[in-house]
Design a binder for this molecule. Structure first.
Ligand code: FES
Ligand code: FES
Length: 166
């Protein structure tokens, strides 16, 4: 067995010191070591985006990184984005605009969308679709996901939370 490596990460504002195998993927560290199972694994080809988290403020697919590569970093998962009592605007948008069906892709979609709105607070529909290209959904057809992101953009801009095509 490979020698374990000590890492220190801050996840959802909590500091963790862990000993991990060098080959442990970040997504498995989050799910199995820390118990943060809101981050999903939907493929083994780095294509589905279900595992998307924020690493030092940027969306990354956590199945494409080893946990050791996150050493010293700050990570936000879906559990740290909002709370039941205070949803993040993107979470609220998915709720209000029916942006999910089975929900498997939803944590990754929400993390990718939140990253987009951090970089581009008023994206066009084309920019939303482009930003979410790396996140696959088998259920929704994407239309309501786009509307959910538009809702969130409007909400964050202080406008009423309705999508542009309502
Ligand atoms: S599980 Fe990471 S991209 Fe599919
Ligand atoms: S809601 Fe089922 S995969 Fe997206």
């Amino acid at each position: 067995m490979a020698e374990k490596v000590q890492i220190k990460v801050v996840v959802n504002g909590v500091e963790h010191h862990s000993e991990v195998e060098p080959r442990l993927l970040l997504v498995h560290y989050l799910r199995e070591t820390l118990g943060l199972t809101g981050t999903h694994v939907g493929c083994d080809t780095s294509q589905c985006g279900a595992c998307t988290v924020h690493l030092d403020g940027q969306a990354v697919k956590s199945c494409t990184l080893f946990a050791v590569q996150a050493d010293g970093s700050s990570i936000t998962t879906i559990e740290g984005l909002g709370s039941v009592d205070s949803l993040h605007p993107v979470q609220e948008g998915f709720w209000e605009m029916h942006g999910l069906q089975c929900g498997f892709c939803t944590p990754g979609m929400i993390m990718a969308a939140a990253d987009l709105l951090n970089r581009n607070p008023q994206p066009s529909e084309e920019e939303i679709r482009h930003a979410l290209e790396g996140n696959l959904c088998r259920c929704t057809g994407y239309h309501n996901i786009v509307r959910a992101v538009q809702y969130a953009a409007n909400k964050m801009a202080g406008k009423v939370g309705v999508a542009a095509d309502d």
